[in-house]
Write a new protein. Sequence first.
Length: 97
Amino acid sequence: MTRQELEKKLAAFRNELRKMGVVSLAIFGSVARNESTQQSDIDLLVDFDRDVGLFYLFEIQHRLEEIIGVPKIDLIQKGALHPALKKQILSEAVNVA
């Protein structure tokens, strides 16, 4: 899936994501860099308007997998980024919602 295809799919559900507490959603990794292949996973960075638990995070991840139409995405909360990777991830992140 290309970055443009993914952006279009996620943009169509922006209002639903906002209602679920998503303040921002960004693509990072190979899809964001336009280097993805058929085997590439989809990496998403999310930020919520409140603290969320693990089960809610899984619920959002499942909904995003339905929206995108893939069986598995990697969903990471912005606040949970490892300091050693944070700068690189944020520099390549493409905001979509």
